[in-house]
Design a protein around this ligand. Structure first.
Ligand code: DHB
Length: 497
């Protein structure tokens, strides 16, 4: 505790004497402190930039290793240039502010002329002395403080804080999702005020989320509903099988509580929901196939065949029932009357996907997580997960964070813990805070770090709010991020132009 106060005092002293652009809350940005640098991309292109480093984004610095940001301003940037904010959070762990990487979206963003901000953030493993500084919701608080800092110095710094595009992968995708969903939500205010964050708005323009590990308190039930029936779950102990079945049985009620609709307005129910996921997978696979990919013969697809005879070419990209490649129902669905008839080349279109085969295929590429997949501490003989640590306390404990696990282990989730759980779930803020208007969400079609319903529900809830959502279960991608950068940056160009 002493150490923490000391850091706060050091930061305050630094702020007090550094002067130049210091503002009401004591934050500092000195535009003369930029350091020239450059980055060379895999293409051979070199981008020159000015780097502003160690920009502490709170005045009450609790953990001086993480609570600052580096900002990179490429040659040619103006005050109108979008800001690409890349978080390197992974595994819900602490992330030190680093420099842009030539091989990922941060380097590419610089090459596109965007200002790049790389904030550090505390995480489940960060400590000052004996105190764990980064348990939930510390990471999102730091990132929101970084956004406020960018707004606070928007006039002094190149880059437009009204055009912030956040990006992250996995737990970082969750952070990007939280930054996008929780804009100006009053629930975070007391924490941000105590930290000495700038008194500014913290909503963002767009969020790029690769395989976001979100909705943690429902991820176990989605996982067992999706994967409980796979072959690999059949070899579990009777106790684990019972846990899997109990978790799976909770999914229909959860889905119903979300009250989701397909893009055409049809309610999503437990009876049509798997077909919805199947259609999203077919859209992604057809897109990859059209681009020349060979689809695995083990994945469970059925393709158009000669025996189909004269075949109504699916102008919609192979989707049944007259849908667009994004899964929206066409206004007037093509029928055999108004649609040109032609011969499909054998194998040209995916006409179906056998989901049990497909799920076993996914699992064959990487084994499933245990049961439960997330809130595993002391349930069915399991030890703690990273998420159990994330919700633990400053003394370093691990805790259960789902109603199911808590009931099994006999612990109670008190009000403070419930509040921290709520602050880590972007699903709670969709339609209830200043959500980013633009979303780019990718989850690999063979990513099993969380089950498909998690990103699917997230994207659908955002769509249902009328937001601009580009969502894809990217074909054959495992748990990974910052891929298909041509496509990503084309999208960013479209929304920022
Ligand atoms: C990450 C992966 C996981 O499977 C998980 O449960 C949490 C985080 C990650 O890669 O960040």
């Amino acid at each position: 505790m002493k150490r923490i106060i000391l850091f706060g005092a050091v930061a305050f002293a630094l702020n007090a004497c550094a002067g130049s652009a210091a503002q009401d809350v004591g934050l500092i940005f000195d535009k003369k402190a930029g350091i020239p640098g450059s980055i060379t991309l895999p293409t051979g292109q070199t981008v020159n930039y000015t780097a502003y480093k160690k920009l502490y984004f709170v005045t009450n610095v609790e953990d001086s290793t993480y609570q600052y940001m580096n900002v990179y301003v490429p040659e040619g940037a103006t005050t109108q240039t979008p800001i690409f904010l890349r978080t390197y959070v992974g595994g819900y762990m602490a992330s030190e502010a680093s420099q842009p990487q030539a091989g990922d979206a941060s380097g590419r963003a610089l090459a596109e002329g965007y200002v790049v901000a790389v904030p550090g953030s505390r995480g489940r493993d960060s400590k000052v002395g004996e105190t764990f500084t980064g348990r939930a919701p510390a990471a999102i608080l730091d990132l929101k403080a970084a956004i406020r800092y960018l707004r606070h110095f928007d006039k002094e710094m190149k880059g437009d804080a009204e055009k912030i595009v956040t990006d992250g992968t996995s737990a970082g995708g969750a952070m990007s999702a939280l930054m996008g969903a929780t804009g100006n939500a009053p629930e975070y205010e007391p924490y941000l005020e105590a930290m000495g964050a700038a008194k500014e708005r913290d909503d963002v323009f767009a969020s790029v989320c690769y395989c976001p590990i979100i909705d943690l308190e429902h991820a176990d039930i989605a996982y067992e509903w999706m994967y409980g029936r796979t072959d690999s779950r059949q070899g579990l102990s009777e106790e684990q099988k019972a846990v899997s079945a109990e978790l799976s049985a909770q999914f229909p009620a959860y889905l119903a509580s979300l009250d989701l609709r397909r893009p055409d307005g049809t309610p999503l129910t437990i009876d049509n929901y798997e077909d919805y996921i199947k259609e999203l997978l077919i859209v992604a696979a057809q897109k990859a196939k059209d681009a020349g990919a060979d689809l695995s013969t083990d994945a469970g697809f059925t393709f158009s065949s000669e025996s189909m005879g004269r075949f109504a070419a699916p102008v919609n990209g192979g989707m049944p029932g007259g849908m667009t490649p994004r899964g929206e129902k066409l206004q007037s669905a093509p029928t055999s009357v108004n649609m040109p008839m032609m011969h499909a080349r054998p194998g040209e279109y995916i006409t179906d996907l056998d989901m049990p085969t497909y799920l076993n295929y996914v699992v064959s590429t990487q084994p499933l997580k245990g049961v439960p997949a997330f809130d595993s501490k002391d349930v069915a003989g399991n030890s703690s997960s990273g998420e159990n640590e994330e919700f633990g306390d400053t003394a370093g404990s691990s805790v259960n964070f789902t109603a199911y696990a808590a009931s099994k282990t006999g612990v109670s989730i008190d009000e403070d813990l419930q509040n921290r759980i709520d602050l880590m779930n972007p699903m709670n803020f969709i339609g209830k805070a200043d959500n980013a208007p633009h979303w780019y969400i990718r989850h690999g079609a063979r990513d099993r770090d969380t089950a498909f319903p998690v990103p699917v529900n997230f994207a659908t809830k955002l769509q249902n709010e009328g937001l601009d959502v580009d969502f894809l279960l990217a074909w054959n991608r495992p748990h990974s991020g910052d891929y298909a950068l041509e496509e990503l940056f084309e999208w960013i160009k479209t929304i920022t132009r």
